[in-house]
Design a protein around this ligand. Structure first.
Ligand code: TRP
Length: 328
């Protein structure tokens, strides 16, 4: 049975290759055989970005362009902006009434964010982040949510909220499962998790010169000092990139490194070439789309329309089960 799928990202600018292999590649594959909804979660972006909304519109456009350039297909999937589909917020209000505060206070993602971004005052909407995310998912009665590992606690909470709703008012929502990507994690050139806030990203649309620079600086096996030393590819960022981008030669590179027949300089050059080859078509597609923003806007409008057809059905079902006021 095909899944009903919903997933999304916050618009925080252009996407990087960590986002791509953490989720987007998976979405692109899933849209072939499943019913898919992909949202740009602009309200979620406000949870940490409420004091700087200047770039929000532009960021929404940038992520939409990246998605389309990478291959999300508006003929197959509904691609839309969260705030264009009002029923997300209606369900958010209703689910807020049945979500116990301790469920939100123990959310590990929130705790991490508070620490990483040095946030002193927790806002009501930020605490409610997972309830909004649950609404995003449940308003489509989604059965599966393809996400990166960092999102698992949110999906678990979505299941708990669905269960609680169903117990209180009757069976309305399926409990969605998470679908993790099969691709290995893509580290930043410094070996840490690739993240905008750590300033170590490689963009999907990165220019060849920049790719070259970033790969050149990438951390390699610290035990391989001289060219002919035997290396440990599993302890090397460049090999992590080979594993993803060097489809044809990754085994060869692994052998060469382990036996000490290739030095890191040459290996990095090879890595740069394959990465540029892999990413260039997306950069070119992106440049085309960038010249035609009204086309992208139309896609988002059509996507919101398609999404609304489902959200309207769900919200009446919900109101019905909750025996809320109806007067039409
Ligand atoms: N929290 C997700 C992220 O930070 C974005 C998101 C919002 C999402 N709503 C969602 C992901 C619903 C999956 C399903 O990437």
């Amino acid at each position: 049975m095909p899944y009903r799928i919903l997933s999304g990202n916050r618009p925080t600018g252009k996407i990087h290759i960590g986002n791509v292999f953490g989720a987007l590649q998976n979405w692109k594959e899933l849209q072939e055989e499943n019913e898919c909804f992909f949202e740009i979660a602009d309200y979620h972006a406000l949870t940490t970005g409420y004091d700087n909304t200047e770039n929000l519109r532009n960021d929404i456009m940038e992520i939409a362009i990246d998605w389309l350039a990478f291959g999300l297909d508006p003929e197959k999937s509904a691609i839309f902006v969260q705030s264009d589909v009002k029923e997300h917020i209606e369900l958010f209000t209703l689910l807020s009434m049945i979500t116990p505060l301790p469920w939100l206070e123990r959310n590990p993602t929130l705790k991490e964010q508070l620490q990483e971004l040095d946030i002193r005052i927790v806002h009501f909407g930020h605490l409610g982040y997972p309830v909004l995310q649950a609404s995003d998912i449940l308003i489509y009665k989604a059965t599966a949510v393809p996400v990166g590992e960092d999102q698992l606690p949110h999906i678990e909470l979505t299941r708990e909220i669905a269960r609680r709703f169903n117990n209180l008012y009757g069976e309305v929502f399926p409990e969605p499962i998470s679908l993790l990507t099969k691709y290995p994690r893509v580290p930043g050139p410094d070996g840490k998790r690739m993240s905008k806030s750590l300033n170590n990203i490689i963009l999907l649309s990165e220019e060849p010169e920049e790719i070259k620079k970033k790969v050149k600086q990438a951390f390699t096996d610290p035990q391989k000092i001289r060219k002919n030393d035997k290396g440990h590819p599993d302890n090397c960022v460049v090999f992590a990139y080979h594993k993803i981008f060097n489809v044809k030669n990754k085994e060869q590179r692994e052998r060469d490194c382990k036996s000490g027949t290739i030095g890191c300089v040459e290996c990095k050059e090879d890595c740069t070439t394959t990465m540029i080859e892999y990413l260039s078509p997306y950069r070119e597609k992106r440049n085309e789309l960038k010249k035609n923003e009204s086309y992208v806007r139309d896609i988002l409008k059509t996507g919101a329309h398609k999404a609304s057809e489902e959200t309207n059905k769900t919200i009446s079902d919900v109101r019905d089960h909750m025996k809320l006021w109806v007067n039409n």
